[in-house]
Design a protein. Structure first.
Length: 348
C-alpha cells in the first residue's frame, strides 16, 4: 500500500491535483477500494488522499439512508473546506449523485486516469487474483458435481454461492442459463428445473480480498448430441485464437476479431454482433467487468500484467447460448491462464 500511495501522490503532482478522492457506492466499490481496501456496507463512501500521503475516509451507515445521504453531502463540503486548498479530483465522479458533485464545487474527474493506472496489476494484486481464480476453479467443480436433472436453477446457484462463501469468497458475481436452442443468454437464476439434454451455462466470478477472477464453462445434462459437440468445437477454437494472440502491444480489437473470425469461418458471422453477443472479454480487477471491453470497435493496446478474460460467449443455433473462457494474465511475450479447470464440454 505504501508503494501505491507513493505512485498516486506522484500522479497528483503530475496533474496538479491537491486532493484526490475515491468514491464508491453499494454496487461500485472498486474506486474506493483501490485506496482503502475495506468492504463497507453503507450506500456511500469516499477515501481522500492528500499530497502528503495522508489518507482519510468518510462512509455512511446503511440505516436511515435519506437522512445520512444529506449528512454525507454536508460532510463532503466540510471536508473540502478543511483539507483542500487547490484542485480536487475524483475517481468515480461519474457514479456520484448530482448533489454530491455540486458539493465538490469545481472538482474534476480522475476516473479515466485512475482506471488506466489500475489496468496494470502489481505482484500483490496478481497474487490475489490467482487465489480468486483458484476459488473459481473449485467453485465450478462444485457446480458440475451439484447439478442434477430436476434441480431448479436457483437451487444450483445457492449451492455454489454457499460453497464459495464458505471457502473465502467475499462476493461472487454469477449468471446462469439452462435449456436448448431457445436460450439466447444468461441471467439471474429462475425456478426453471434442469432437464435432460440441457446446456447449462454459467460464469463464476468470486472476489478475494477485493479482487475478482472469472471462469466460463458449459455443462450438458446427459450425453452431448452432435450439434452441441460441434458448437463447443467452434467456441474452443475461438477462445484459443484469442489466447494465442493476447500479448503486450496487441490491440484488444484484434483479440475480438480473431474470435469472431472463427465464427465467420463456420458461417455464423451474424451471431458475432450485439444482438447475440455483449463482449468477447473484458478486463478484471477490483470490479468484475472492467474496461477495456474486448470488442472489434474498441481499440486499446494491451500491456504486460493486465488481467483479461477472453470468452467467446454467444448464441448459436446449433445448441443455444454457450460460454467458454478463462482469466488470462498478460506476460512479457504472451499470456498465461490463471484458471486450471479442464477445457472441455462438461457433462453430467
Amino acid at each position: 500500500m505504501t508503494e501505491r500511495i507513493q505512485r498516486l501522490t506522484e500522479l497528483m503532482r503530475e496533474h496538479g491535483w491537491d486532493l484526490l478522492l475515491f468514491y464508491g457506492h453499494s454496487w461500485r466499490k472498486d474506486h474506493f477500494r483501490y485506496l482503502v481496501n475495506f468492504n463497507f456496507s453503507g450506500p456511500h463512501a469516499v477515501a481522500a488522499l492528500e499530497r502528503s500521503g495522508d489518507v482519510r475516509s468518510l462512509m455512511t451507515d446503511p440505516w436511515d439512508a435519506e437522512l445520512l445521504d444529506a449528512q454525507f453531502c454536508a460532510d463532503l463540503a466540510v471536508g473540502l473546506r478543511t483539507f483542500a486548498t487547490g484542485q480536487v479530483a475524483v475517481a468515480g465522479m461519474e457514479l456520484m449523485e448530482a448533489r454530491f458533485v455540486q458539493a465538490l464545487g469545481g472538482a474534476v474527474s480522475a476516473t479515466a486516469v485512475l482506471e488506466e493506472v489500475r489496468r496494470v496489476k502489481s505482484p500483490e494484486e496478481i497474487a490475489l487474483m490467482r487465489r480468486a481464480a483458484d476459488l473459481a476453479d473449485r467453485g465450478y467443480q462444485h457446480f458440475a458435481r451439484a447439478a442434477e436433472v430436476g434441480m431448479a436453477e436457483f437451487e444450483l446457484v445457492a449451492e455454489v454461492e454457499t460453497f464459495l462463501k464458505r471457502n473465502g469468497a467475499e462476493d461472487n458475481f454469477m449468471l446462469i442459463g439452462s435449456g436448448g436452442v431457445e436460450v439466447t443468454g444468461m441471467k439471474p437464476p429462475t425456478e426453471r428445473k434442469l432437464q435432460a439434454g440441457d446446456f447449462v451455462t454459467t460464469e463464476l466470478t468470486p472476489q478475494v480480498d477485493g479482487y475478482y477472477a472469472q471462469i466460463c464453462r458449459t455443462l450438458v445434462m446427459g450425453e452431448p448430441n452432435a450439434h452441441q459437440r460441434a458448437s463447443f468445437a467452434i467456441f474452443s477454437e475461438a477462445q484459443k485464437a484469442a489466447e494465442d494472440l493476447l500479448a503486450p502491444g496487441v490491440d484488444t480489437a484484434e483479440v475480438a476479431r480473431v474470435q469472431n473470425d472463427v465464427f465467420r469461418k463456420f458461417g455464423y458471422g451474424e451471431y458475432t454482433g450485439p444482438k447475440y453477443t455483449r463482449v468477447r472479454g473484458h478486463n478484471l480487477g477490483l470490479h468484475p467487468d472492467e474496461n477495456p471491453y474486448v470488442l472489434e470497435d474498441v481499440h486499446y493496446t494491451v500491456k504486460k500484467d493486465m488481467v483479461i478474460i477472453a470468452h467467446p460467449n454467444t448464441y448459436l443455433p446449433l445448441g443455444g447460448y454457450m460460454v467458454f473462457g478463462d482469466t488470462l494474465l498478460v506476460t512479457e511475450r504472451g499470456c498465461t491462464p490463471l484458471n486450471t479447470t479442464e477445457r472441455k464440454l462438461f457433462q453430467k
